[in-house]
Each structure stands twice: as structure tokens, then as C-alpha cells.
Design a protein around this ligand. Structure first.
Ligand SMILES: [Zn+2]
Length: 297
């Protein structure tokens, strides 16, 4: 019996036969699901040492994309997040971004008058953020020193990568002032593309996504950390579909690229964007976000 990491009850096999067709790291694990909590988790989970080895130096989520279309899409992505920050916190407010990569979003927010800080585990990414003179701590949120709190904390695509999402969520909540807002974005394992592609779903990001959430488990995660979920947002982002198509083509041997993203990937992102309409009608988009607030008292 493999116990559920959340309730210790018996879990069931969810997906087997997964392969890393982005970075080609060897791994031998399955995804399991707890029928009670609904959380999906990798089994066996890597040790702390094994975890670091899953992120090669060329890990693209830390890097600025090279082609113009990807750069434009990344800028759009940051513009949407900047708009979200403006909606909740006026300029002059204090914003922390967990997993801030090279600090592109933080630099934009600083230009708009916000007081910003970042947390990032990649040393390379930190160095590029420091070149922008951004106050970025190199390490995990759990290691972030001091007890400074913020008006808003952004954590995009963080919780699914950590060994202890409830612990990470508790640290995130502790960094909010009373009444402060958390914005937590993560893949949605309940999305139509997740169900359609199974072990070829691109956002498994196997074996780096250790936990996979749906709208229920994301809500549970944040509520257990003492936050009040005000809204779940479906994000206009077709990366779930596009990365799954790439995975299928690689599995079939049609696409023999060894780079994380093939040349056609940015074009697929644009082409498949209308599928987000299907997503919203049938379980939500593959990228979802929760807006949650720390209660005033
Ligand atoms: Zn459970």
C-alpha cells in the first residue's frame, strides 16, 4: 500500500509509463492519486539530493526565450500578472514573487512604483536578476530570512515542484500581511487536455512536477494554510495542449529534437489558444490560478 502524503490513506495508481521528453532525465516513477483527498503525487518522490539533479543547467523556465514569438508571449504573460497586481495593490505596495526567475516581472513592477522582492532557487537566474539590481534571495521560500510581510505574494508554478506543498503554502501565507493577497498559479490536472493525453500530458513535466492539483486540491492546499480563496481563475494559456502535442510527436519518433521545446512550439501555442474555450466549458484550462487572502485577524 502506498499511503497518500496528505491523509495517509491508501492511494491508487493514476498514470504509469511517463517519460521526460523535455530534458531526458532518467526517472522511474508513477503518478498516484488519493481517492479521498484527490491529490495526485509522484511515487516514489525524489530525495532532496535527487531533486536538484532533475534541473539541468539549461532548464528553460529559468531562461529568457530566444525566439521573438516566445519572448512576445512571455511579455504578454508578465503584463497579465502586472495587471493582476495593480487590481489588488496600488503602486507603492510591497510585492514578493516566489520563483521570480530573472526578475522580468519584478523589474516591470518596480518601474510601476512597487517595492519588490524575489525568491529564486536558480543561481544563474539570480545573477541575471541581480544585474537588474533587484533584491532577490537565492534559495527557497522556506529559507528566506527575516519576517518581512508583503501586500501581495505571487507564486507561479512553485507548489507543484516542492516536496512539501502544504509547508510551502504555510510559508507563503506567513509572508502576507493580514489582508494581503496570494496569487498561486499551477497546472490543472482536471483539465480536458490532462484527461485526454494521460501519460503524454505535457504539464506532467515529468519527473519535475511532484504534485498535481485540480481546483479542489488547490483550494484545500490554500485553505489549510489559513488563506481564504476568493477566486479561481482559468488562464488563457494553451501550453498544456501545445506541450502535449510535442510530447506525442516525440513519443512517435516524428519529432527527434532533444531541446526542451521544438521550433514549432511557439506557433502551436498561438494556434491552439482557441482550445481554451473548450477547456473552460469542460473542466477548466490547464493553467489555473487562485487568488486568496490572508484574513485580517
Ligand atoms: Zn489522501
Amino acid at each position: 500500500m502506498v499511503p497518500c502524503p496528505w491523509c495517509a490513506g491508501p492511494s491508487e495508481l493514476h498514470l504509469t509509463g511517463c517519460a521526460d521528453l523535455e530534458y531526458f532525465t532518467p526517472a522511474d516513477a508513477d503518478y498516484r492519486r488519493c481517492p479521498t483527498c484527490r491529490i495526485v503525487f509522484l511515487h516514489p518522490l525524489p530525495s532532496r539530493e535527487e531533486l536538484a539533479a532533475l534541473y539541468p543547467p539549461e532548464y528553460q523556465n529559468f531562461a529568457r526565450p530566444r525566439d521573438r514569438l516566445s519572448r512576445w508571449l512571455t511579455d504578454r504573460y508578465h503584463a497579465r500578472h502586472a495587471a493582476l497586481v495593480r487590481r489588488h495593490v496600488p503602486p507603492g505596495g510591497r510585492v514578493l514573487e516566489v520563483g521570480c526567475a530573472d526578475g522580468a516581472l519584478l523589474a516591470r513592477l518596480r518601474d510601476e512604483g512597487y517595492e519588490v522582492a524575489g525568491v529564486e532557487i536558480s543561481e544563474d537566474a539570480c545573477e541575471r536578476a541581480w544585474e537588474r539590481r533587484l533584491p532577490v534571495f537565492c534559495g527557497t521560500l522556506e529559507e528566506y530570512p527575516g519576517d518581512e510581510t508583503f501586500d501581495l505574494v505571487l507564486a507561479g508554478h512553485v507548489n507543484e515542484h516542492t516536496l512539501d506543498p502544504p509547508g510551502t503554502a504555510a510559508h507563503l501565507a506567513a509572508r502576507l500581511r493580514p489582508g494581503g493577497v496570494a496569487y498561486v498559479e499551477t497546472p490543472n490536472v482536471g483539465s480536458p487536455d490532462a484527461r485526454l493525453f494521460g501519460n503524454r500530458w505535457g504539464l506532467l513535466h515529468y519527473p519535475r512536477h511532484l504534485y498535481l492539483f485540480d481546483r479542489h486540491t488547490l483550494r484545500t492546499l490554500l485553505e489549510r494554510a489559513g488563506l481564504r480563496v476568493e477566486r479561481l481563475r482559468w488562464e488563457p494559456n494553451s501550453c498544456g495542449w501545445a506541450l502535449s502535442v510535442q510530447t506525442v510527436l516525440r513519443r512517435a519518433g516524428i519529432d527527434r529534437s532533444r531541446r526542451p521545446r521544438s521550433a514549432y512550439y511557439p506557433a502551436l501555442l498561438l494556434l491552439l489558444l482557441p482550445l481554451n474555450l473548450v477547456d473552460v466549458l469542460a473542466g477548466g484550462t490547464a493553467v489555473m490560478a487562485a487568488v486568496a487572502r490572508r484574513p485580517e485577524r
